[in-house]
Design a protein around this ligand. Structure first.
Ligand code: NAD
Length: 491
């Protein structure tokens, strides 16, 4: 099925400016989830590699001018952005082959937009107010001149998932570096090459000094825990599931480091009585099919007025029928494969659970016919489950949308907020003020009104409640990687 693509990977880790194998010499395989074929291998980093990477990042922070020379950092980030642009076509092939990302997505969220976020954050660092004068005050009778300086936090341990690998790797690396930090990046075992290729571009095509960026791929999930526990690391920046985020937060407590968490979601798509139902349902269907639902901010609960329930279900199912699971290389594909057999097992477990909880499938519900290789699941519409059902409460991370009726705006808000998560959402009404009022009552970090898109380098993204702590992107995302130092002198 999948046509041959040019895929250039990178086997080596980047530690202290050197591209090298793991000290053990071990490697692990990286697969194409659409074909189940082995793409190649990556060095299998272990504790000794992580130890060297942390030491290198510490030394680069403490003993070079990286953290104080903003002009050099800005120039290096622009070089990295240019390197990504120069290699865009091989990176596009890699993203489709390794992450199973539909080709169309590489033209925005999966590749091209994150690359441009490097340019945005370089501009921000260049114009940023690193010092702010607070003037003179005499709180204890001694007139003092006070000012604030923003400084890099230090060594940042970045732990990332596989679903949008370049976007998340760069959303951490860009602001952390622009702020003057040094970084050790530990990518997900499912997408090592997306990170090791980044390491190669850093080493070969930028003037980023040795030790400032380190990339330690590994087949061992637990290797990331070392970044949380090591006292030489000042901050851990984690994106992944809420379950793992909890462990990272607990592990970081021992050394009381800054913890930045981007976690899971179960976001609500709220359709109000007066909405453009066809447009809303088409958008909800398209969103959940995108990248087989493997997006933390994807809306997976469709809340529709009870009176319009059947009409909404039919409209959504009709659109989903036109978005079948298919070869991600095809430019028309929206729903590609799940990342792994393990992830497909997990999603199939939730499909069985949906039936046990009294639900039924209007469309989808299993593997597609005619695709005997690859970890595909059909886009699936579930009806008949209450909002309290586990399938409506837990993050499935597959192309599965639960449709739930509501009885008016207040009830819709209550259902939307009846969740442990609070990452994203959508509200639809022909009355803009009504939609914005409902959006304001939903406890979530990002929300679109009538299809508005917030995804952009200048817009902060992050979660309320168990969807995370802190914000990625925007000025707020940059400032996550800064400390604040207050200074005073006699006036
Ligand atoms: P995951 O939590 O299994 O793994 C994420 C990363 O943590 C991987 O690099 C993994 O190797 C590492 N890890 C696993 N156990 C660890 C431990 N004990 N200590 C330290 N690191 C450990 O998540 P995943 O399956 O890779 O990604 C999917 C999840 O990521 C979903 O829950 C999704 O919602 C979430 N996600 C959130 C955002 C966001 O911005 N909020 C974005 C993308 C994905």
């Amino acid at each position: 099925m999948t046509q041959a693509m040019v895929v250039t990977g990178e086997e080596r880790l980047l530690v202290d400016g050197v591209l090298r194998p793991a000290r053990s010499g071990r490697v692990f395989e990286t697969l194409n989830p659409a074909t189940e074929e082995v793409l190649g291998v990556a060095a299998d980093g272990a504790a000794e590699d992580m130890d060297e990477a942390i030491a290198a990042a510490r030394q680069a922070f403490d003993e070079t001018t990286w953290s104080t020379d903003v002009g050099h950092r800005v120039a290096c980030l622009r070089q990295l952005r240019d390197a990504f642009v120069d290699h865009a076509e091989e990176l596009r092939g890699l993203t489709v082959a390794e992450a199973g990302a539909p080709l169309s997505m590489t033209h925005h969220a999966q590749l091209d937009s994150p690359v441009e976020s490097l340019a945005w954050v370089a501009d921000l660092a260049e114009s940023y107010e690193w010092e702010r004068d607070l003037g003179v005050a005499a709180p204890l009778g001694l007139p003092s001149h006070r000012w604030i300086r923003r400084e890099a936090t230090g060594v940042v341990g970045a732990i990332t998932p596989w679903n949008v690998p370049h976007q998340i790797n760069l959303a951490k690396l860009g602001p952390a570096l622009a702020a003057g930090n040094t970084v050790v990046l530990k990518p997900a075992p499912d997408t090592p090459w997306c990170a090791t290729v980044l390491g190669r571009l850093v080493a070969e095509e930028t003037d980023i000094p040795p030790g400032v960026v380190n990339v330690v791929a590994s087949s061992d999930h637990a290797l990331g825990a070392l970044l949380a526990t090591d006292r030489r690391v000042d901050q851990v920046s984690f994106t992944g599931s809420t379950a793992t985020g909890r462990k990272v937060m607990a592990a970081a407590a021992g050394t009381v480091k800054k913890v930045f968490l981007e976690l899971g979601g179960k976001s609500a798509f709220v359709v109000l009585e007066d909405a453009d139902l066809a447009a809303a349902c088409a958008t909800a269907a398209f969103t959940v099919a995108t990248h087989a639902g493997q997006g933390c901010a994807i809306t997976t609960r469709l809340l529709v007025p009870r009176r319009l329930f059947d009409e909404a279900v039919e409209a959504t199912a009709n659109v989903l029928a036109g978005l079948p699971a298919a070869d991600p290389v095809d430019p028309g594909t929206v729903c590609g494969p799940l990342i792994s057999a393990r992830q497909r097992d997990r999603v199939e477990g939730y499909l069985r659970l949906a039936v046990e909880e009294g639900g039924s499938f209007v469309c989808g519900g299993g593997r597609p016919d005619g695709l005997d290789r690859g970890y595909f699941i059909e886009p699936t519409l579930v009806v008949g489950v209450p909002n309290s059902a586990r399938v409506a409460q837990e993050e499935i991370f597959g192309p599965v949308l639960c449709v739930i009726p509501h009885d008016g705006d207040d009830a819709a808000v209550a259902l939307a907020n009846d969740s442990a998560y609070g990452l994203s959402g959508s509200v639809w009404s022909r009355d803009r003020d009504r939609a914005i009022a409902v959006a304001g009552r939903i406890r979530t970090g990002t929300i679109g009104v009538n299809g508005g898109l917030w995804f952009s380098p200048d817009v902060p993204f992050g979660g309320y409640r168990q969807s995370g702590v802190g914000r990625e992107s925007g000025v707020a995302g940059f400032e996550e990687y800064l400390e604040t130092k207050s200074l005073a002198e006699p006036a």
